[in-house]
Design a protein around this ligand. Structure first.
Ligand code: ADP
Ligand code: MG
Length: 232
């Protein structure tokens, strides 16, 4: 960690990540010598064909999956020798996730879905709900708090999922095709919201997207090609 400018905080740093799946059908090199640095307040887009390794990269960066080789720092902490408990603690403290399909819990209100990561942290329910309400307002859904996921549109569900990712005040949000399931207009609105959150809260984003128009709005674009990551 020697080549960063003074005062710049690195939220993610990966060096020479490699990962191979050994299936009956043969070896698949899913990540090949991937190195990456993401600074606080930065918005990075990762584009690449289906099967190129984008989701695997996000899972590794998000401490949900382990590389076979390489090193990873999250919020400045080396992760190589962390046990499962410390990995999930660091994940809960420093990172947020948004997926293509919102993964909201259908039997909980929007408010309680957003409050869930805080309740997992053992915050008192009233305080968790208070903070969740604040985040729902930030994503423009203050008036949908008592709605259940089934009562919300696709775009609204993704905004609830974003509020849930942000409620723990992560330094970086990892988003896997967060607009992949939305129509053009709703996708544009979602991306505009990501940009505004990036500007107002300073949250860094790594966003996997198929959408060149959306990728163009990020500060930096990276291409994933057969497991290798290069500047676009
Ligand atoms: P993307 O998100 O870019 O579509 P993925 O990271 O999901 O790509 O997958 C990259 C490659 O790794 C694909 O060829 C996929 O089939 C393979 N792969 C992903 N997960 C597994 C797994 N658990 N076991 C075996 N192969 C996998
Ligand atoms: Mg994927």
């Amino acid at each position: 960690m020697t080549d960063r400018a003074p005062g710049v905080i690195e939220v993610l740093r990966a060096e020479h990540l490699a990962k191979t799946y050994d299936e009956g059908a043969g070896r698949v090199e899913v990540l090949r010598d991937v190195s990456l640095s993401v600074n606080a307040h930065e918005m990075v887009a990762v584009v690449g064909a289906s099967g190129s390794g984008k989701s695997t990269l996000l899972h590794v960066l998000g401490l949900l999956d382990q590389p076979d080789q390489g090193r990873l720092w999250v919020a400045g902490e080396p992760t190589d020798h962390l046990g499962e408990r410390k990995r999930s603690h660091l994940r809960n403290r420093a990172l947020g996730f948004v997926y293509q399909f919102h993964h909201l819990l259908p039997e909980f209100s929007a408010l309680d879905n957003v409050a869930m990561p805080l309740i997992v942290r053992r915050l008192a329910r009233d305080e968790a709900r208070k903070q969740a309400r604040d985040l729902l307002e930030q994503v423009g859904l203050g008036n949908r708090a008592t709605h259940f996921p089934g009562q919300l549109s696709g775009g609204e569900r993704q905004r609830v999922a974003l509020a849930r990712a942000l409620v723990t005040k992560p330094s970086c949000v990892l988003a896997d095709e967060p607009t992949g399931n939305l129509d053009r207009h709703t996708a544009d609105a979602m991306f505009e919201l990501l940009r505004r959150i990036n500007q107002t809260l300073g949250t860094a984003f790594v966003i996997v997207t198929h959408d060149p128009a959306l990728a163009a709005l990020a500060h930096r674009r990276l291409n994933m090609l057969a497991g290798a990551l290069t500047a676009a």
